[in-house]
Design a binder for this molecule. Sequence first.
Ligand SMILES: Cc1ncc(COP(=O)(O)O)c(C=O)c1O
Length: 415
Amino acid sequence: MVGFHFKNNRWYSDGVALSKIAEKVGTPCYVYSLPAFEAKYKEVDQAYRPVPHLVAYSIKTNDNLSVIRALLKLGSGIDVVSGGELFKARKAGAPPDKIVFAGVGKSDDEIAYALKEGIRYFNVESIPEVEAINGVAQKMRKTAPIAVRFNPDVDPKTHHFITTGKKETKFGVYLGDVDKVMKVVRHCRSVHWTGVHAHVGSQMIQTASVGRAAKIVEKLVLQLRREGFPIHTINLGGGYGIDYHGENPPKPSQYARLVVPIIKRLNATLILEPGRYISGNSGVLLTRLLYVKQSGTKTFYIVDSGMGELIRPALYEAYHQIAPLEGPQKAVQKVDVVGPICESTDFFAKGRKLPLMKRGDLMVIFSAGAYGSVMGSTYNSRPLPPEMVVRGNKFSVARSRQTWQDLVRLEKIFD
Ligand SMILES: Cc1ncc(COP(=O)(O)O)c(C=O)c1O
């Protein structure tokens, strides 16, 4: 069985009991089911089979090299948003022509590095960025392929902190500026405009926003083609939601039903940048209960992991399912599950009904495969935990636990 499942009174990843991993490497630790990543990738890929397409996995959600390598082997492309991510993608073996580079603030060094590597194209997010890329490319005597990311002003109906497609956010070029973009690109001889990009937000649990954005993009592409720009790539970003807590999100095939006819009409190539859909439910975080603290009528489960490993609850009050790693799963009492970090935002759940647990018990925090480790920090000088990968009955360390020595490796004492 692929992914995470409960049998014989304990939680498993594929064929490996999670307790076995916790015993081997300690807690906290992330566990990734590689077959789960692959299954999700394949779902997206197959949904878009009727049109030429590239699923460029968004490594901002989980950039572990073993994860990237597993997806590359299936033919995945990669969506990066920094020079560091580009470096990691290349390190994992990503072919440059399958890498797309987004982000509102690319530095000249990052642009030069991407041009040197020969990436597929830049997702450009502003007019000054078109000019900057043109300048760097000119100096390097290269032509930079670009797709312009427009802000379609579509509401993804998700948390406001992960809304990107509304006009008040920093992402993409304002739709009303299309004439200005055309004018600038006509003057920029070292950029080649081949694509249009639109990504409206993350953790969408309805398809209508994608349909609306795709229609806006279609109109735009037809206008640009009439003006002489050879736009043949449409990038509709990522954003497909997952089930954290019974959201019942749409399947990729339901989005595809809205998008495929448009891509066919335009006779274009489609690029997609799903992240969370592939990685979110393909990973968990294991933690150990340090103390059960009774404080008046309140019960706290204080665990050995915190916002340094999974900041989503602190950042967006996100819900993550939590369960004892083994034993009875029946929830009987309301508790706050909190970490050891000196911040009141350091919590995983508040007022959550959970089974009775005791000091030393292990817990699983689900849906930690996306925006978990990548957002990790060593705040309170807590070393980053290991990332473990599972396939079938085997598991392996994909990233080792940081040591206290690692925490001071780059420092010099100025005395
Ligand atoms: C341009 C772009 N592409 C892809 C993604 C990945 O989104 P998700 O993880 O929701 O699929 C994001 C995230 O916000 C994004 O901004």
